[in-house]
Ligand binder design. Sequence first.
Ligand SMILES: Cc1cc2nc3c(=O)[nH]c(=O)nc-3n(C[C@H](O)[C@H](O)[C@H](O)COP(=O)(O)OP(=O)(O)OC[C@H]3O[C@@H](n4cnc5c(N)ncnc54)[C@H](O)[C@@H]3O)c2cc1C
Length: 292
Amino acid sequence: MNYKTLYDVIIIGAGPAGISASLYTKRANKKALVIYKNESNLEYAKKIENFYGFEHGISGKDLYKIGIKQAINIGVEVKEEELLKIEQEGNNKFKIITTQNEYISKTVIIAIGTKKAKSNIKGIKDLEGKGISYCAICDGFFYRNKDVSVLGSGNYALSETNDLLNVAKRITILTNGEKAPEFRADNVDIITKPIEEIKGQSRVEEVVFKDKTKLKTEGIFIAQGTAGSTEIAKKLGILLNSDKIVVNEKMETNIKGIYACGDCTGGLLQVSKAVYEGTVAGLQVINYLKNE
Ligand SMILES: Cc1cc2nc3c(=O)[nH]c(=O)nc-3n(C[C@H](O)[C@H](O)[C@H](O)COP(=O)(O)OP(=O)(O)OC[C@H]3O[C@@H](n4cnc5c(N)ncnc54)[C@H](O)[C@@H]3O)c2cc1C
């Protein structure tokens, strides 16, 4: 327990959204704590070339690490702990429960990104960044006029398929044994057979099904499960739209004192949008604390 300290703001997540929020709150002399797991969507981005300020682009891994260091360097307290839940504590405080600790704060900024279900199909891990992608809007461009696949069967898989419709030549939705989704488009096929393995020498080449049939494909977009951060929000009664946290233009959720920003609020899943929303959330928290 860490009840001796009452934080002004606890920020969950150390990606572009959470770190941006922490920079603004700390520079306004607020007692800020960032809690994060050592894993972010950003780390899957092999090279980011569409974010301002990097002459030759930057790897997502490096950008993630630099952001955390930047926050630590200006005095933000940063802890690597996994958030389990957030609870209301009295009228206007929150208890943040992690795997190691409990903290009390006047406000909370949720910046936990989106959760992507990891697949244990043989070959996926080895071919990550070599034809295995987790983001159609980010990487679809590299598959112009090519035959690609989307692994998944839920709404998230369909949304990834939609993002590829006008880019790829043919898209095959691979449900891996799950029921086929309701989806029709001229250049989309659906295969429901269970998958044995993804094969390729230096890049993805083919999908081998359990019945030993094969499908040639040049890229596979992983979109299994839901891409959301619903559990935390649901426990607190935060309003969700599908699996995204509903916020207004001030990044306020329906619960006073709780803000959300970045990928977990939906919309454009890009670094620049996460930085913007983190900035707004940070500034709004400063404002809120003035009036409490
Ligand atoms: C393959 C790929 C390529 C991409 N390429 C680009 C690109 O070229 N350009 C671009 O602009 N964007 C790109 N993106 C998108 C970009 O990475 C995200 O939009 C951005 O990282 C969102 O920032 P965020 O702070 O909202 O969330 P994230 O960066 O995902 O950060 C979430 C944070 O929350 C923490 N967290 C999550 N759950 C918990 C928990 N239970 N307890 C504690 N901490 C938790 C994580 O550890 C992490 O610190 C790409 C994404 C992917 C997957």
